[in-house]
Design a protein around this ligand. Structure first.
Ligand SMILES: O=C(O)[C@@H](CO)OP(=O)(O)O
Ligand SMILES: [Mn+2]
Length: 498
């Protein structure tokens, strides 16, 4: 490879590729700067879903596996797939954690499961709840109480009542003794803005379930007519299902970033168990599948050569460019710039904190000490979850303008930029019936390289998936990718860099 170019990796979160349509804001009209870059420098679509990122075949991508694959330069089996395999092979059943939970549980105590009833598998899956309930029954708990958390973000908005039916039917068939306890929207379960009162409210609801209003499926359906089930307040389904502090409770999130507050609020009142490592407040003896830091990958290989990639993201995507990108390591010693969340949430301000993000990129590119950076621009995904085309248009325009500012700075200070995304979202904001669709997609994502001097690229870009981005970054930074990743770089017929 040729000499080292200072290089930034720009991850346009949720920017998938799809044919022009009313519900697609990742298009030339909303994002002329991005599409001009594609015209000038070439663009290849990258696989970013299903088995290309370690998920089930055909499963829509998400930011955890997207950033993990981008950073590691290889496909890593996702936690959800690993848990499903462990259930099928019997290793989950054999886990010593069951015995720990039995020993810790008060006599005649019950087993509770709190988890997202989703069919998207981004943070949780209804199947995992059923599997956990079945194994709890088999490991000697005579009563299992399931507390379903309604999704409406990753799962199609409004699908909550039908997903609850699916859960009930599967439990009736496989765990007849299971009961349904508190039904509540994910707004209280999955906050990651630091509003701990939400999780405390959820835990209070579990501990005092008998005092909650009765759950009524028709009322939930009614609620979903004009709101997302994400915001459905706590109700109690079956009688006598409240959690008492001496009882076992398993939280069935497989991803670390959104369940932390809930797990920690539970840990303050009882002894929760988790599937993966979510909080240090849960000892290893109560974690079924402890998360192991991965070796290798782009950042670690660069670190060994004295190169660090500065990370920049708004708080909502900060674990993505650090913990996930680094293969489940909070830090590899790099500089990390975290930008506070937008007050009021992305839907009240589709620009989010993009100006601060651009400023951070500028500071990096004007510093003589910096060699590379990774930035996440979250708007297309975070606003994309609303399924609101008008709002997403504003988000797309803000992202496109930010891109023009970052490219201008890169040109001025001689930086090369690789631009891609982690998964699709904003390219499909309406479903086939024209209803708002706020979920991730299985579509490919774009990849392009913007040269430092603005000259047309004298290489071609090959086909690939997100795993090919790390070796490409290595090549741009002047490091032989062969020793870093199995996947090849996307640059073909390279003659010179920058
Ligand atoms: O916001 C999140 O946590 C998920 C959606 O639930 O999105 P992403 O995978 O893009 O972070
Ligand atoms: Mn998302």
């Amino acid at each position: 490879m040729t000499g080292r170019a200072k290089t930034g990796l720009i991850i346009l979160d949720g920017a998938g590729l799809a044919a022009p349509a009313r519900g697609n804001v990742v298009d030339r009209a909303c994002m002329p700067v991005l599409f001009d870059l594609f015209d000038r420098y070439g663009m290849v679509p990258l696989r970013a879903s299903g088995d290309a990122v370690g998920l089930f075949d055909g499963q829509a991508g998400n930011s955890e596996v997207g950033h993990l694959t981008l950073g590691m330069g290889r496909t890593v089996v996702s936690s959800l797939v690993a848990i499903d395999r462990a259930y099928r092979s019997g290793t989950w059943k054999k886990s010593a954690v069951w015995q720990t939970l039995r020993d810790e549980t008060a006599q005649n105590g019950r087993f509770h499961i709190l988890g997202l009833v989703s069919d998207a598998g981004v943070h949780g899956h209804w199947r995992t709840i059923v599997q956990g309930a079945e194994l709890a029954g088999r490991s000697g708990f005579s009563t299992v109480v399931v507390h379903p958390v309604l999704d409406g973000v990753d799962a199609m908005r409004g699908s909550g009542p039908a997903l609850l039916d699916t859960l009930r039917q599967a439990l009736a068939a496989r765990v007849p003794a299971a009961r349904i306890g508190v039904v509540i929207g994910r707004a209280w379960f999955a906050d990651r803005t630091g509003n701990r009162a939400l999780a405390r409210h959820l835990v209070d609801a579990l501990l005092s379930a008998d005092a909650l209003p009765r759950f009524d499926r028709r009322q939930l359906e009614e609620f979903c007519r004009d709101k997302s089930e994400r915001d459905f307040p706590a109700h109690r389904a079956d009688a006598d299902t409240r959690l008492t502090p001496g009882e076992a409770v398993l939280v069935t999130s497989h991803r670390a970033d959104r369940a932390v507050q809930t797990v920690e609020a539970l840990a303050a009142r009882c002894r929760p168990a988790t599937l993966t490592s979510i909080s240090e407040q849960v000892p290893a003896a109560r974690v079924f599948f402890p998360t192991r830091s991965l070796s290798g990958g782009l950042a670690q290989a660069l670190q060994a050569r004295g190169i660090a990639l500065t990370r920049i993201a708004e708080n909502c995507k900060f674990p993505h460019v650090t913990y996930f990108f680094n293969g489940f390591r909070q830090s590899l010693g790099e500089r990390q710039i975290s930008i506070p969340d937008t007050p009021g949430g992305p839907e009240t301000c589709p620009r989010m904190r993009v100006d601060e993000t651009v400023d951070a990129c500028r500071r990096v590119m004007t510093s003589s000490r910096e060699t590379g950076f990774v930035v996440n621009i979250p708007n297309l995904d975070q606003v994309g979850h609303s399924g609101d085309v008008g709002l997403c248009r504003l988000a797309a325009e803000a992202v496109d303008h930010a891109l023009s500012q970052i490219v201008a700075q890169a040109r001025e200070t001689g930086w090369t930029l690789a631009v891609t995304a982690d998964h699709g979202n904003a390219e499909r904001l309406l479903d086939d019936q024209g209803r708002g669709f706020g979920s991730h997609t299985a579509n490919p994502v774009p990849f392009t390289i913007v040269t430092a001097d603005g000259s047309r690229a004298d290489w071609a870009l090959g086909d690939g998936g997100l795993d090919n981005v790390a070796p490409t970054m290595a090549a741009l930074l002047g490091v032989d990718p062969a020793g870093i990743c199995d996947a090849p770089a996307l640059i073909c017929r390279q003659r010179s860099l920058a």
